[in-house]
Design a protein around this ligand. Structure first.
Ligand SMILES: Nc1ncnc2c1ncn2[C@@H]1O[C@H](COP(=O)(O)OP(=O)(O)OP(=O)(O)O)[C@@H](O)[C@H]1O
Ligand SMILES: [Mg+2]
Length: 415
């Protein structure tokens, strides 16, 4: 697997179901080991002692999971026929991975041709299984190569939204890459002020368009800041009403991530359920705080919670300290912040009304201001540069209709 493939599978995998059928205890142990891999926190894994026959029996009665792994000792006509029978009992879109006895290129090609996602040779380790399963799941949901960055504030007003805008402008203007920015705050959104657009839609309309796979409506809801940066122009929502559900928002993210390699979501001033949904799903999380005690105390708790919802993973949590110098005498030192947080400060941004508040009030893109551009380039882009370079070089997934399609196609060809 290439460097970029590995990068692409280093994400928290989407909620999904995986079943592993094997008579080999080593394989079942390897499957069980996936539960300790942070990427699989939301994948429900079932290890079943048995082979293709058992799977046929089970999915004759209950609906099939997103991905089935089947180990077999023999791969002959009999097995491929049974695989066809299994496909007949599976739900549309179910994918399959086969673990077999031999390293045989022709056999590999034959199975892939049948619509099987991958073929592995026994014995398989947890590590190998994790990579192949992660790749298959990502291909199925179509997010390979896209990166989701979530920004959350330890406290209200610490600058999360303006930093999300700054990052989005930096990715598009300085790194020259396509980016999309959206927020989860509904009627509380201030993105329109900073980036100079009228909120023309609501979160409710946007998730409905995503549910209906309505590309045209989504296109109309996107405001083009420039040729590389688009913002979802929500904000017309009623401020004192509940907004969308996490499931609805996740469907919207799925749709946007297929369109754009970098999706930045500002979750400040948003319902906890939506914050949690984006934070769980994101490849990278930026927690914004000021260097003052009340904000830092919340930042510490928030970072702990973020780690919990991500199954203990904290590799991709960056702490940004904003507004340094605003209240110098009450600020906590960098050393003390890092000790208390057990985390290095990833970026320090100065308090500078001219750079932030003035440009925001004038709806001026931050990268058009020399001082703001320098701050973005020096402090924010180093947090994303490496990952975005990897995302850019990885391929977009092919459409995958599951192995049912492949096998049915083959059966039709035969007839
Ligand atoms: N480093 C800074 N220097 C000066 N002003 C700043 C700085 N960072 C943010 N601001 C200003 O502070 C105000 C609050 O920022 P912003 O709206 O981004 O905060 P927020 O954390 O998203 O707030 P909310 O919790 O309401 O979502 C804005 O007017 C912004 O321009
Ligand atoms: Mg905000």
């Amino acid at each position: 697997m290439s460097e970029s493939d590995n990068q692409a599978t280093s994400i928290l995998l989407p909620s999904s179901k995986l079943a592993v059928y094997s008579k080999d205890p080593t394989t079942l142990e390897a499957a069980q080991g996936l539960e300790d891999d942070w990427r699989f926190a939301r994948v429900r894994i079932a290890g079943e002692e048995g082979g293709v026959e058992s799977a046929i029996q089970v999915y004759h009665e209950i609906s099939s999971p997103d991905l089935i792994v089947i180990q077999t000792d023999t791969i002959d006509e009999g097995f491929t026929e049974k695989l066809g029978e299994l496909a007949g009992h599976c739900d549309e879109g179910t994918s399959a991975i086969i673990i077999g006895p031999d390293n045989d290129v022709n056999l590999y090609r034959k199975l892939i041709d049948m619509g099987v996602s991958d073929y592995m040779v026994r014995p398989v380790s947890t590590e190998d299984l994790a990579e192949v399963v992660a790749k298959a799941l990502i291909e199925k949901i179509g997010v390979t190569g896209s990166r989701l960055i979530a920004l959350t504030g330890a406290k209200g007003g610490v600058g999360t939204t303006i930093i999300a805008e700054a990052l989005a402008c930096g990715v598009s203007d300085i790194l020259g890459q396509k980016a999309m920015l959206l927020d989860t705050s509904g009627g509380w959104s201030t993105l329109g002020v900073g980036l100079g657009f009228e909120p023309s839609t609501t979160l409710d309309e946007a998730v409905r368009a995503a549910e209906n796979n309505d590309e045209d409506s989504i296109k109309r809801m996107l405001h083009n800041v420039d040729e590389r940066l688009q913002v979802l122009a929500t904000g017309g929502d009623v401020m004192l009403e509940d907004t969308v559900t996490p499931e609805q928002f996740e469907a919207l993210i799925d749709m946007l991530m297929v369109k754009c390699p970098t999706v930045i979501v500002d979750v400040s001033h948003s319902p906890a359920a939506l914050q949690r949904c984006v934070i769980t799903r994101a490849n990278q999380i930026m927690v914004v705080s000021t260097p003052t005690l009340p904000a830092l105390r919340l930042a510490r708790s928030l970072i702990q919670e973020v780690r919990q919802v991500r199954g203990g993973d904290h590799g991709e949590v960056s702490l940004i300290i904003n507004m340094q110098g605003q209240a110098a005498s009450s600020e906590v030192s960098k050393n003390d912040i890092e000790k208390a947080m057990e985390l290095s400060v990833a970026a320090y941004l100065p308090f500078d009304s001219k750079v932030f508040l003035n440009n925001e009030s004038e709806s001026k893109k931050l990268t058009e201001d020399k001082a703001a551009r320098d701050i973005i380039d020096k402090h924010l882009l180093p947090l994303v540069r490496k990952h975005l370079a990897a995302a850019e070089s990885s391929e977009q997934p092919e459409e995958d209709g599951g192995f049912l399609d492949g096998i049915l196609g083959k059966l039709k060809k035969k007839a």
